[in-house]
Design a protein around this ligand. Structure first.
Ligand code: SF4
Length: 297
């Protein structure tokens, strides 16, 4: 298999076959991102993809899920994705889902008919960094979409029958706007009713603009208390019908996995309990290790 550079995948893709179809990210401008600092975005040659699928058919013939690499593989044209899906189903007949990272702009560039054809070809489980429902936060994070665009495009995906993970970042509007961020993000999540909600907490590693902005004070990070308050406020405002909450990312102060609405009250209680345990540290900032791991929980 061909893999270039660091290979990223969502935690729930641990058992998926990782298949490289692009290098880097076509956007590569999010303020908080240091995933592909020196990688020039490129589309992998079809022959390489074909060779990798042939190799996988020998070593992993029973694989049921494939994750297309890298940062926003859904940027590929519908025709190319359909060609890749065709090859995968031909050589790996047990595959049910072909997942990948996607952006709101990637969805926007496809017609309704293309989205439907992609869904029919088993493409789904898109991992989408929506991050926030607050336009101020989205603009600072340089996501390339507004909350209204996110809402429209996610509803188009739903209509096409494609499922996805809605990724949101606690603390991404900073310490002055944490309440507004919780409210606007909950409103957007409620409007689109994602099947999977992936929650992380803002952190920055050297090599991105956010890291510099945090250091020089241009961006005011949330304290531990504000992050917990934002999480509690977000949870209390969520009105979901059937959503998996995946919040066990190490960057979270109150990590948890649960179902909504079933566990909503328990989840809120859990955040309150952690707040209580940390009451001597609420005005401090999270101490972080690699990948944003919280060290002073
Ligand atoms: S879209 Fe994803 S990979 Fe690309 S710059 Fe933004 S966070 Fe990074």
């Amino acid at each position: 298999m061909h893999y270039s550079g660091v290979v990223y995948r969502p935690p729930y893709e641990a058992n998926s076959l990782l298949l490289e179809v692009t290098h880097g990210c076509s956007h590569n401008k999010c303020t908080f991102c240091s995933m592909y600092p020196d990688v020039q975005f490129a589309v992998c040659p079809f022959e390489q993809i074909k060779d990798d699928i042939n190799e996988a058919s020998v070593y992993y013939p029973n694989v049921t899920r494939v994750f297309l690499e890298h940062g926003d593989a859904f940027v590929l044209s519908a025709e190319r994705l359909l060609k890749i899906a065709d090859l995968i189903h031909h050589k790996l007949p047990e595959v049910k889902t072909i997942a990948m990272y996607a952006s709101i702009q990637n969805i926007k560039s496809k017609t309704d008919d293309e989205l439907k054809r992609l869904a029919d070809a088993g493409i789904g489980g898109l991992d989408i960094g929506v991050e926030s429902g607050l336009d101020e936060a989205l603009a600072y994070m340089n996501k390339g979409h507004t909350a209204t665009e996110a809402r429209e495009q996610l509803l188009r995906l739903r209509k096409a029958g494609m499922d996805y993970s809605f990724n949101a970042i606690l603390g991404c509007a900073g310490s002055d706007l944490w309440k507004e961020n919780a409210d606007a993000t909950a409103e957007l999540i409620n409007a689109v009713q994602p099947h999977l909600l992936f929650i992380g907490t803002l952190h920055a590693e050297q090599g991105c603009r956010l890291y510099e902005d945090m250091k020089n004070g241009t961006f005011k990070e949330c304290t531990i208390g504000q992050l917990l308050d934002e999480q509690e406020r977000l949870l209390s405002k969520l009105e979901l019908k059937d959503t998996i909450y995946f919040g066990s990312h190490p960057s979270n102060i109150a990590p948890m996995q649960a179902l909504l609405p079933k566990h909503k009250e328990e989840m809120i209680r859990y955040v309150k309990d952690i707040r209580n345990d940390l009451k001597a540290h609420l005005d401090e900032y999270p101490l972080r290790g690699s990948e944003g791991t919280i060290l002073n929980r």
